[in-house]
Design a protein around this ligand. Structure first.
Ligand code: HEC
Ligand code: HEC
Ligand code: HEC
Ligand code: HEC
Ligand code: HEC
Length: 445
């Protein structure tokens, strides 16, 4: 009896990491129309989608590198992660997964896998198999019926059906939340949004990422006041990032003397993002605050943040001597691989707002599928949260008299530059993007 319960419980616990309802190989590519077909009438939406990462979710260079150089070989070497061979593709190229084209041909072979998260993926989704969706748990029914937000849409090309699901955050959750084979939540944008203030106010993902404007969704379609745009702008958009967090500096000292301590605070308010910043692929995202002082002669000094003393804080303060990401060498079988710089080129002493992930050997990793634990520290800025950072800088004894300017610049990067350079990615993939900045001055007497 006891053993049965244990076995049943065991099955139950093992289930979530593998649960999915979109069945691999249950359809053929030909069951789905190409995005170009939809674009003949839905011209504007097609263009927006093409400019978004959704159309590049398979072909985008970093996605290709991570799948073909890391995840795929790893899946063939380590039984525990064998599921990611198909799993990555289920979200990044759902048609390839549904057609059983696993692994798909690399992007340069120009197969239909390249369509990525296409029109037909989202508009044939009928719902989810999970109460709280994650890990590609969407149900798909390809065919004549296109599901969407309208009750009165009439199209000469396809039937339409009203779908409450398309107006909900749960649609997005099917791909935006993910559990690793080790049971760690390695993507949780929906769950984070759900526990934050915006879900309570009824503001869903679509409100920010698919903003409405007057127009027509198709040539020959009705003129409407609130057409849903398909921008899907996230952190790859400098425009979306710019000003996403407010930064201010304040301190009591107006005049200072060389040798004394200058104390001040930086405040960072996330007033615009519906979930923590960063979110999504947090294993590789960094948001950091660089503080510099410039004296009357134009000489620049870095100002390090004051430690607060919380658990895991060392991962949130840039340290150019910290090496990690050794899993890359392990997977690629590189002899004597020492790892890469944990914080890329972020200057020493800068505060990093991030959520570090750790592999089964306890090393910080960018391999989300090889993540066993990420509970040590989560130092991101939650929706409507203000983080306060303290600075106490001992002024150099030879500081010239005159104006001393303190600037605090908040930067964002997709991938640590050390990882980007290692894989020879285009610089645009890891270049720091300025989110916001603040300045204050004091007089040196
Ligand atoms: C021949 C033109 C044409 C083509 C091709 C076409 N559509 Fe449409 N579609 C329309 C029109 C017209 C409407 C109605 C617009 C309205 O009422 O505002 C529409 C509406 C829709 C809607 C809204 C449905 C609802 O109930 O909210 C979706 C979703 C949609 N199309 C998806 C697609 C997809 C996916 C494709 C490609 C497989 C496609 N369409 C191809 C003309 C077309
Ligand atoms: C079928 C899976 C799937 C669904 C459903 C889905 N997404 Fe995504 N989304 C992805 C993938 C995969 C990427 C990452 C693309 C890449 O890595 O190149 C992504 C990326 C994004 C980005 C980041 C873009 C950037 O520039 O950084 C945003 C924003 C986004 N999705 C919003 C949404 C919203 C809002 C919804 C629901 C309306 C949604 N997604 C539904 C798979 C999906
Ligand atoms: C990631 C999922 C996703 C993808 C990919 C996607 N759509 Fe949509 N689409 C949605 C959602 C969600 C809505 C409803 C948004 C809302 O009303 O808030 C929508 C709405 C629409 C509408 C109705 C617009 C309106 O306001 O009347 C049309 C038409 C449409 N999509 C066509 C397309 C076409 C064509 C493509 C490919 C070029 C496409 N969609 C790609 C999720 C998607
Ligand atoms: C109140 C507006 C708002 C809401 C609601 C919202 N977002 Fe965002 N989202 C943003 C802004 C602004 C950014 C750009 C800053 C950033 O990258 O965090 C962003 C970024 C993202 C990114 C890129 C994250 C990264 O750091 O790579 C993804 C993915 C995303 N959102 C998905 C979603 C999903 C899924 C939902 C719903 C569960 C959602 N968003 C709800 C405003 C919003
Ligand atoms: C449950 C769906 C899902 C699965 C499974 C999944 N991804 Fe993703 N992936 C996403 C979404 C959604 C994003 C976008 C998050 C964001 O914008 O921060 C993303 C982002 C990425 C990025 C970052 C792209 C960039 O430009 O920074 C890479 C690389 C990536 N995925 C590779 C993989 C690999 C390799 C696997 C398999 C080990 C995998 N993904 C499994 C949904 C998924």
């Amino acid at each position: 009896m006891r053993r049965t319960i244990v076995i049943i419980l065991g099955l139950f616990l093992a289930l979530p990491a593998t649960a999915f309802s979109a069945k691999m190989g249950s359809f053929k590519y030909e069951d789905f129309k190409k995005p170009k077909n939809c674009g003949m009438c839905h011209r504007q939406i097609y263009k927006e989608w093409q400019n978004s990462l959704m159309s590049k979710s398979y072909t985008h260079e970093w996605d290709q590198v991570e799948y073909f150089k890391l995840a795929l070989p790893h899946s063939q070497k380590l039984e525990k992660v064998s599921g990611v061979k198909a799993g990555c593709i289920a979200c990044h190229s759902p048609l390839a997964f549904l057609s059983g084209d696993i692994p798909p041909k690399p992007a340069d072979q120009d197969t239909r896998a390249n369509e990525g998260v296409s029109c037909e993926v989202c508009h044939n989704i009928t719902g989810t198999s999970e109460k709280v969706p994650f890990n590609f748990s969407f149900n798909v029914e390809p065919g004549k019926v296109k599901r969407g937000p309208r009750k009165d849409a009439v199209s000469p090309f396809h039937s339409t059906a009203y779908s409450e699901f398309h107006k909900s955050a749960e649609l997005c959750a099917t791909c935006h939340d993910e559990q690793s084979p080790y049971g760690a939540w390695v993507k949780a944008t929906y769950r984070e949004w759900k526990e934050g203030p915006y879900s309570k106010e009824g503001k869903v993902c679509q409100d920010c990422h698919m903003p409405k404007a007057p127009g027509r969704s198709a040539g020959g379609g009705k003129e409407r006041t609130d057409i849903a745009h398909h921008y899907f702008q996230g952190s790859h958009s400098a425009k979306q990032l710019s000003g996403a967090v407010d930064v201010s500096l304040s301190g009591a000292q107006k005049a200072v003397k060389p040798g004394e301590a200058l104390k001040f605070q930086a405040k960072l308010l996330n007033g615009k993002v519906g979930h923590p910043i960063p979110s999504g692929s947090t294993e590789e995202r960094m948001l950091w605050l660089e503080v510099w002082a410039v004296d009357a002669n134009g000489q620049k000094y870095p100002v390090p943040v004051t430690k607060k003393g919380f658990k895991g804080e060392e991962y949130t303060i840039a340290d150019s001597s910290a090496m990690t990401y050794q899993a890359i060498g392990e997977i690629m079988e590189i002899k004597d691989f020492k790892g890469l710089k944990r914080d890329g080129d972020v200057p020493d002493g800068a505060r990093i707002f991030r959520h570090p992930f750790f592999d089964p050997k306890g090393r910080m990793t960018i391999c989300q599928w090889y993540t066993k634990d990420n509970s040590l520290v989560d130092y991101r800025i939650k929706p409507r949260e203000t983080k306060v950072e303290d600075y106490s800088w001992k002024l150099p004894a030879n500081l010239p008299k005159g104006k001393l300017t303190i600037t605090a610049s908040l930067y964002y990067s997709q991938i640590p530059s050390s990882v980007g350079k290692f894989f020879k990615l285009p610089e645009s993939e890891y270049q720091p993007i300025l989110v916001n900045k603040a300045e204050m001055t004091v007089e040196v007497k």
